[in-house]
Design a protein around this ligand. Structure first.
Ligand SMILES: Nc1ncnc2c1ncn2[C@@H]1O[C@H](COP(=O)(O)OP(=O)(O)OP(=O)(O)O)[C@@H](O)[C@H]1O
Ligand SMILES: [Mg+2]
Length: 355
């Protein structure tokens, strides 16, 4: 509003002062520039942060505030933003002293004086960056820890399985032979005594079988002796025997030597968890599986013809999550395709170095 006795020029100067003080009070960076990047207006913060004077900035262009290596991408984003009327980019502001500060820039097109100008704002995201780096560092450490704990667990399982199979299993078998011999060596045994000894032999037989099964469940020795293909073959056939669910396993993998331990172990555990899910949740009657190598990747696919589920509807569950973590730790990928009524296909893909 024009005051009494005030000339139009005086009024315009006052209005410019008002808009300057508004612009200067804005947090972060504020500027008004044209398509070629020359500035019409900017706030004091730009001068304070960049270290350039008013005089210097009046001759500079937007792109001069960035590392020459980044200018092409900034120019491209600015051109696109002018075209679209709005745009944003994350980049590093280069100060006069050479310091780089990460900023989130936003820009909106405005029409003024028959020209299209861009109102640009910038927010310092150094703190956010630091937090992000901290979070990814912590995530990496947690992954390493999880992988380390998994390796320890697997090593322990291997030792216990071997101890059960070779140590305790063989000792029990030897006891059984001794008891059988003892029975033969004492011909004077009455029927009650004979029955008791036979009962001991039967219990020993059961114990040997249980030990063997538990040892195989912990970690089958063939995984380290014969390899992944033979182990999965055995796993599917045991599963079929136990559950009655028909399993077809197509092993296209020509294992000339053993695959890396981590690949063998994790694919075996993924198959174990997948079969446990099929048994518990699917109601399937048939399981089809395939193991192959394709462009430096080992791919294990397991498909069931059960009731399926909606993977997007899942709450936090650890079976599928642990499978995913196992492949992620090996830079691989886990795909789950399923929908209610249409069965489930799980595909684990793990990169391997050479053939
Ligand atoms: N083959 C499948 N067929 C049908 N539903 C499945 C199948 N696999 C997984 N699901 C569904 O996905 C859910 C999540 O599976 P996940 O293995 O993560 O957990 P869970 O088996 O319920 O528990 P656990 O942590 O003991 O494995 C299951 O509860 C089930 O509803
Ligand atoms: Mg499960």
């Amino acid at each position: 509003m024009k005051r009494k006795g005030e000339t139009i020029e005086q009024r315009l100067i006052k209005e410019k002062q008002l808009s300057d003080s508004i612009i200067n009070s804005l947090p972060g960076i504020f500027c008004l520039y044209d398509e070629t990047g020359y500035f019409l207006r900017w706030n004091k913060n730009i001068e304070t942060i960049s270290g350039y004077s008013t005089e210097e900035i009046s001759k500079m262009r937007l792109f001069d505030f960035f590392d020459p290596a980044d200018t092409d991408i900034i120019k491209e984003r600015v051109a696109k933003s002018f075209h679209a009327g709005h745009g944003d980019v994350i980049g590093e502001l280069l100060t006069k002293s050479g310091k780089r500060i990460p900023y989130h820039f936003n820009g909106w097109a405005v029409r003024f004086d028959d020209h299209t100008w861009f109102v640009g704002t910038g927010t310092d995201i150094s703190e956010r960056r630091k937090e992000q780096i901290k979070i990814s560092e912590t995530t990496r450490k947690l992954r390493d820890l999880s992988s380390h704990l998994q390796n320890i667990r697997e090593e322990e399982r291997k030792i216990i399985a071997k101890e059960m199979h070779d140590g305790m299993g063989q000792t029990l078998a030897a006891i059984k032979i001794d008891v059988s011999l003892l029975k033969k060596m004492i011909p004077s045994l009455n029927s009650d005594e004979t029955q008791r000894i036979e009962s001991i032999i039967t219990s020993l037989d059961d114990l040997v079988k249980t030990m063997k099964n538990r040892s195989l469940e912990l970690r089958p020795g063939i995984l380290d002796d014969l390899g992944l293909g033979d182990t999965l073959e055995w796993q599917f056939s045991e599963f079929q025997k136990r559950t009655g669910i028909k399993c077809f396993f197509d092993n296209e993998l020509r294992e000339t030597g053993l695959l890396p331990t981590a690949v063998r172990t994790n694919l075996f555990r993924i198959c174990q968890e997948s079969l446990s899910n099929i048994e518990r949740h699917s109601g399937a009657t048939i399981v089809n599986s395939n193991l192959k190598r394709e462009s430096k990747k080992i791919i294990l696919t397991i498909t069931d013809n059960g009731r399926g589920f909606d993977p997007k509807q899942q709450t936090v569950t650890f079976g599928l999550f642990s499978m995913e973590q196992r492949v992620v730790l090996l830079n691989g990928e886990l795909q789950i395709e399923s929908e209610p009524g249409n069965g489930t296909t799980l595909r684990a893909m793990i990169p391997v170095e050479s053939d």
